[in-house]
Design a binder for this molecule. Structure first.
Ligand code: UDP
Length: 370
């Protein structure tokens, strides 16, 4: 049996890397990797860290790409790959343009489609955009649904998906995180050395990331204003690796450059980012992956979004949804800075997203299914 694993962005690469390793270490399948390279540089850094060499590289990223160009190029680019390799099973991940259009291409080719991180939902078409529709469409196409949590499985059942095609695996991001944490024990690179020069160990580190489209405009202005206020605390250092999208880069640099206690830096490679997560006191983010990873490191997360497809961490008590109202962000950040019992209860909550064995469960589920 032949398996093709397809992904295109940094977060997908991080979450698919442990799966590639599990499949390539198994003698049950011939496994190949195809990257669309919807993101280029950030993807390559991840491939290098996880020691993965793609068999097919569509190299699609172009200046000024948009959803129309990238979607059609994925479909057209995958045809020769699918014709050449003729996979029996194609694995796609999550909710990106690559996931959905690779799933459609695989379906056209006659391969069975297996969807990793299936069943996450906000049921709000525009939040997040275009991810919510991408993930719902991918569920319509997939033959095998690998759900990270019981809640995700239930969402799929509610939509009429047959229960015997859904397997709960945990999220592969925890596998990736554990790999990174272990590798970091004997790892050094120029980015980590640089971080050591800017880190102020006498202060509590607040790590910030943000990139969601629905926060472009007013959302990012609000977030920056909240960060300015939080940075007035003497014993706090904010480090913010700023996403390269101009809708993020411009407001953040305009509003936060040169502010005391705030360091704006470029996006980090995965090991450097994990290093910084480990050093942090708390994390402010609108990222999906970061809120899944941080609880495994005992770091509380304030999620700067109004909706979430990841309610499990809210229920477990590891994250709080704060939206982008500056008063709420400031209030919740200060509560974590000042209320020790509250901090302990959040940082000690158990991560509902997995135990680091998700990829092996995915592999086993296919062995069982054939
Ligand atoms: N990440 C990284 N470098 C950074 C910021 C994030 O390697 O500067 C990692 C992070 O650890 C997580 C993933 O990228 O695994 C999350 O990606 P992102 O926030 O872009 O996407 P999302 O998870 O929201 O889809």
């Amino acid at each position: 049996n032949k398996v093709l694993i397809i992904f295109g962005t940094r977060p997908e690469a991080i979450k698919m890397a442990p799966l590639v390793q599990a499949f390539q270490n198994s003698d049950k399948f011939i496994t190949k990797v195809c990257v669309t390279a919807q993101h280029r540089q950030m993807l390559d850094q991840v491939l290098q860290f996880f020691e993965i060499t793609p068999d097919f590289d569509l190299n699609l990223m172009k200046p000024n790409q948009n959803l129309y160009t990238i979607s059609s190029e994925i479909l057209l680019g995958l045809k020769p790959v699918l014709d050449d390799f003729k996979p029996d099973y194609v694995y796609v991940h999550g909710d990106t343009t690559t996931s959905t259009f690779a799933a459609i291409a695989a379906f056209y080719s006659g391969a069975k489609v297996c969807h990793i991180e299936a069943g996450l939902r906000t049921y709000e078409k525009l939040s997040p955009f275009p991810e919510e529709v991408n993930r719902q469409l991918t569920s319509r196409i997939a033959d095998l649904h690998l759900a990270p949590t019981p809640k995700a499985k239930q969402n799929l059942i509610n939509e009429g998906i047959k229960e015997d095609t859904i397997i709960i695996t945990g999220n592969t991001v925890i596998d990736a995180l554990f790999y990174a944490v272990q590798k970091l024990e004997n790892y050094e690179d120029s980015e980590i050395n640089y971080l050591n020069t800017i880190l102020d160990n006498t202060k509590r580190l607040i790590l910030v990331t943000g990139h969601r489209r629905e926060n472009f405009g007013k959302g990012f202005l609000n977030i920056c204003n909240a960060l300015k206020k939080i940075a007035t605390h003497e014993d706090v250092q904010i480090i913010y690796p700023v996403h390269l999208n101009p809708n993020v880069l411009e407001p953040v640099h305009t509003l936060l450059n040169g502010i005391d206690n705030i360091k704006l830096i470029e996006p980090l490679s995965y090991p450097a980012f994990v290093y910084l997560m480990k050093k942090s006191y708390l994390i402010l983010t609108d990222s999906g992956g970061v809120q899944e990873e941080a609880p495994s490191l005992g770091k509380p997360v304030l999620v700067m979004r109004d909706t979430t497809e990841r309610p499990e961490a809210l229920t477990a008590g590891c994250v709080i949804l704060v939206g982008t109202d500056p008063d709420v962000i400031i209030f919740e950040a200060e509560r974590l800075l000042n209320d020790e019992a509250h901090y302990k209860s959040m940082s000690g909550a158990i991560n509902p997203y997995g135990d680091g064995n998700a990829s092996n469960r995915v592999l086993e589920s296919l062995i069982q299914a054939i």
